[in-house]
Design a protein around this ligand. Sequence first.
Ligand code: GDD
Ligand code: MN
Length: 369
Amino acid sequence: MSRAVVILPTYNEEGNIRSVIEGVFAQAGKKPSWDLHILVVESTSQDRTDEIVTGLQKNYKKLHILRTKKEGLGKAYIRGFEYALNILNADIIFQMDADLSHEPAKIPAFLSLIESGADFVIGSRYTKGGSIPENWDFHRKLFSVLGNWIIRIGFMNMKITDWTSGFRAIRAPLIRNIIAKVDNFSGYVFQVAILDNALKNGATVKELPIQFKDRKEGKSKIDSIEYIIQTLLYVFLESSFVKFVLVGGTGFLLDSIILYILALKLHFPPWFAKLISAETVIISNFTLNNFWSFSHKQLDLRWKTYFRGLLKFNIVSSGNIFIQTIGISVMTYLFGKSNIILYNALIIILLVIPYSYFFYNKFIWKDSR
Ligand code: GDD
Ligand code: MN
C-alpha cells in the first residue's frame, strides 16, 4: 500500500481545522490502495487549533502534528515535507489549506491522476471547470488572474493555468530532488518556486479543476504586497528572461568590438566585417543561451542537434533583422529621421525582445513535455 500524507499548515484555524481533518479522513475508504495520513504543521496559533488537533489524535491514529516556529507558509511546508519524507515515509504529499477553501472530496481525483502517471497534480482554479469565488472583490480577482498571467508569460509556459494554487499532490521522490532549491522561499511565493523547480526537474504536471471556496471562519494570513513583490521578483530572476536580456547585451558589445577591429583597424570591407561580426554574435549568443539562460532545456551536445539548433537560431535572427528594418523604415517614414536612435531602442524593447524570447522558447529551447 502506498502512503499519502496530507499536509495542513495551520495558524489560527480553530473554526475550521476539525471539519477539515474529518473531511480528509472521510475520503480514506474511497481509495483503498492508499494509506491516508494527515500532518498538521502548527505554527504557534494563538487560538485553540493545537488543542483541537491534539484532541482529535485520540480518534485518529493517522493524524500527526508537527509544531514549528511561525516563519511563513513556505517554511511551514518545508518543515512538513521533511517530516513527511523522513519520519512518515510518504510516497505522495498533499499541500492543502486548513480553512475549508479546498474540498477534501477532491482527494481521490488527485490520487487517480497520480496513479495515471503524474508527478505533480495541481488543483487548478483557472483550468476548464475550476473557479474562484464569485463574491471576491474586483481587486482580489484581478491580482489572482493577472498574477497567473504574468507568471505564465515570464516562464513562457501556457500549459499551466494556476501557478499559485495551494492544493496539490506531489510525488515524494520529486520533493526530495528539489527541496534544497526551495528552502529560501519562506512566504507564499514558495508555491511558485516549488512548481517552477518541479518543471525544471522534468516532472509530469497535470491540472485538476477545483472550486476554491472563500473561508467562512478566521482570516487570511497573506500579505498581498509582500506576495506580489516576491512573485514578480521570482519570475524576473528565475525565468530565463533576465539572462536572455544579458546575453543580448553582451552580443551587442561583442558585435561593436569585432566591427571596430575588422573595419577600422584591419580595413576589411564594411559589409564583410559586419557579416563576420553578426555571425560571430549569433554563434556566441546561441552558445551562451544554451548553457546559461536556457540551461534547464539545454540541447544535447551531439553535433547534429547542436548544428540544427544553431540553424534555427540563425533563422530567428534573420526574422529579427527583418523586423528591425521594417520597423525603422515605418518609424522614420512616419516621424522623420531625427529620433532614429530612440526608435531603434523602442523597436528592440517592444518588438525584438518579445519576438526573440517567444521564438527561443517555442522553437529552439522547447519544453520537452
Ligand atoms: N503553519 C503555518 N505557518 N500555517 C500558515 C502560515 C504560517 O506562517 N500562514 C498561513 N498558514 C496556513 C493557514 O492557516 C491556512 O491553513 C493556509 O496556510 C492558507 O493560508 P490562508 O491565509 O488562508 O491563505 P489564502 O487563502 O490567503 O491563500 C490561498 O491562495 C493562495 C493563492 O492565491 C492559499 O491557497 C495559498 O496557498 C495560495 O498560494
Ligand atoms: Mn485561505
